[in-house]
Design a protein around this ligand. Structure first.
Ligand code: MG
Ligand code: MG
Length: 275
């Protein structure tokens, strides 16, 4: 589940060692769901099958699937009805699992998992190939995952948020793809979406200073974020479906999405949702 672009920045909470320990536990549950998803994804499986399996694992730990009932970005819009977001091919995020959506050979399916465990959130999305995918789809998977790891490599204490943003954008665009601008990475902790929004593209300097003052702030040990580049084969522009949740590329071309929850430490960032 992804934060739509808004125009604000506020306080960034530093987590205590005890809080980080709880976030590691939440992250391990999310990772275990992904291990199961990777096994299950194949032609003929429905996205409702994936959703049921994920919910069972999460509830088995006494954790809560945190996407269920999540409010719509649009006032009065429908709440999110499922455990997972499952988004196929040109859909980039927030697809709703359904018995009618059957995975087919050659599809890409993005599976986003969020859990709340003992008051703390783990959030990770991964895009999986269904059967054998074509060359462009394979390259899109590699580049999107690469852009996530480029962002994680830049997520060090002392660096600024804009350094993480730039690393994500530079890597994906240098490979000939575009990075989605209308949805962002985000702080995470007691809530799924905490400050700050972390853009995946570098805005104009004047716009950045006015709208995203946090972008020039420095990362510090104990901050926790969900980094989640969404990378498109064609345009970065997106469109919202009539269900008020599913987001697709505006040109109908493929999209991929990779996300980890990470904690800033004194050296490399710690990945809390590692598979
Ligand atoms: Mg997510
Ligand atoms: Mg997220």
């Amino acid at each position: 589940m992804i934060l739509p672009l808004t125009r604000k920045a506020g306080g960034i909470r530093i987590k205590s060692p005890q809080e980080l320990e709880l976030m590691r536990s939440a992250g391990r549950i999310v990772a275990e769901v992904h291990v199961r998803m990777r096994e299950m994804v194949q032609p003929g499986v429905t996205t409702a099958d994936l959703d049921a399996a994920a919910e069972k694992i999460i509830r088995g730990y006494g954790a809560i699937p945190i996407f269920v009932g999540y409010p719509n970005a649009k006032e009065g819009g429908p709440v999110f009805p499922a455990t997972l977001c499952t988004s196929i091919n040109d859909e980039l995020v927030h697809g709703i699992p359904s018995r009618q959506r059957v995975l087919m050979d050659g599809d890409l399916v993005s599976i986003d998992v969020g859990v709340l465990y003992k008051g703390y959130v783990g959030d990770s999305g991964w895009t999986y190939p269904v059967g054998v995918v074509n060359g462009e789809a394979q390259r899109l998977l590699e580049v999107t995952e690469g852009s996530l790891w480029a962002g994680i490599a830049a997520a060090k204490a002392g660096n600024r948020f804009i350094d993480v943003t730039r690393a994500v954008q530079d890597y994906s665009e240098s490979q000939g793809f575009s990075v989605v601008r209308e949805y962002t990475s985000h702080g995470v902790g007691r809530k799924m979406h905490e400050e700050p929004q972390i853009l995946n593209y570098v805005p104009e300097r004047s716009e950045a200073a006015r709208m995203y003052p946090a972008m020039n702030r420095k990362l510090a040990p104990g901050m926790t974020f969900a980094l989640e580049p969404m990378v498109n084969a064609g345009t970065w522009r997106t469109q919202l479906h009539d269900d008020q949740w599913t987001v697709s590329t505006a040109d109908g071309r493929l999209s991929a999405h990779f996300e980890h929850t990470i904690a800033i430490s004194n050296g490399e960032a710690e990945v809390l949702t590692k598979l």
